[in-house]
Ligand binder design. Structure first.
Ligand code: NAI
Ligand code: 15L
Length: 266
């Protein structure tokens, strides 16, 4: 089943490089974009350097596409002005371009930091109110709300992936709960692109971890079935990292160390 003509933003990043290699063989055309330098185009690819805050450039990026996987933007907590341009103006440009260019489905890389101020001793689902842990999480909540508006008003479908921690392996104890393997990331993105009716859906991007803070039951219709788990990494991670102080906010809140980032003097 071909995924058709797909735009991948953030293609120079950690997840972008993974998904580029994995999606390439499934698309009739994969257009990849970033503000940073990317590998040259292979067969079936187009490579376009474009900043997301450049409205005209983003409108060109979406021309002729069937779907977008929007990973581009700032991926950690940073000063508001930087987040405003890359993540807030950037995601607005993507949705306005989708409306004008007739693109009907978007997979939006949101983040668990939309709900980072829930506690590590509670299990939440995607229907619960957001509790962002910084400007970065707020920008992702903006993207989720913006995409809901573009669905309600214009019928553009979006699957918002509140990605946990997607790296080659969990980096610390916290990531035993939040880990998303690269293979499961691919499964999640492919399910989001191919499910017959996506509507507007929010779900957490996680593997089938033994410990978890998130319940994806409200998004079962997407058909995502994780096959990996953080469990094989548990013994090594627990041996490498002493238990952190339970009074430390980084151990209390799902955000982990993000609660210690900022404030910034702009
Ligand atoms: P990354 O930081 O490695 O990649 C992001 C890419 O976006 C970079 O290549 C960067 O050059 C590009 N970018 C930044 N500002 C831009 C702008 N103004 N215009 C055009 N391109 C711009 O991040 P990573 O890990 O690959 O994450 C991809 C997406 O997934 C991000 O949106 C991130 O917020 C989200 N995410 C990732 C998680 C993870 O565990 N890796 C967890 C939660 C969310
Ligand atoms: C994110 O949103 C970040 O992009 C990523 O770098 C990780 O820190 C991840 O969340 C996490 O919460 O572990």
């Amino acid at each position: 089943l071909s995924l058709g003509r797909v735009l991948l933003t953030g293609a120079a990043g950690g997840l972008g490089r993974q998904l580029r290699a994995r999606l390439r063989k499934r698309c009739s055309l994969l257009r990849v974009s970033d503000v940073a330098t990317m590998e040259p185009a292979q067969a079936g690819e187009e490579v376009v350097v474009a900043p997301l805050e450049d409205r005209a450039a983003v409108h060109q990026l979406l021309a002729g596409m069937d779907a977008v996987v929007h990973l581009g933007g700032i991926s950690t907590e940073q000063p508001f002005d930087a987040i405003l341009q890359a993540n807030i103006v950037g995601v607005y440009n993507v949705y306005e371009a989708a409306r004008k260019q007739g693109v009907k489905r978007i997979v939006f890389a949101s983040s668990n930091h939309v709900t980072g101020y829930y506690r590590q001793d509670e299990v939440i689902d995607p229907t619960m109110p957001v509790r962002p842990d910084g400007y970065y999480g707020i920008s992702k909540a903006f993207g989720e709300n913006l995409s809901r508006f573009y669905f309600d008003r214009y019928g553009i479908e979006t699957v918002c992936l509140r990605i946990g921690s997607s790296f080659p392996e969990p980096r610390d104890r916290r990531m035993l709960a939040t880990f998303l393997s690269y293979d499961d990331l691919e499964r999640l993105v492919v399910a989001s692109l191919t499910t017959p009716i996506a509507g507007h859906t929010i779900l957490y991007g996680m593997s089938d971890n033994a410990t978890s803070w998130w319940d994806n039951t409200p998004a079962r219709h997407i058909g995502y079935r994780p096959q990996d788990s953080s469990e094989p990494f548990r013994a090594a991670k627990e041996a490498a990292q002493p238990k952190i102080d339970p009074k430390d906010p980084a151990a209390i809140y799902q955000a982990g160390g993000f609660v210690h980032m900022g404030p910034f003097d702009n």
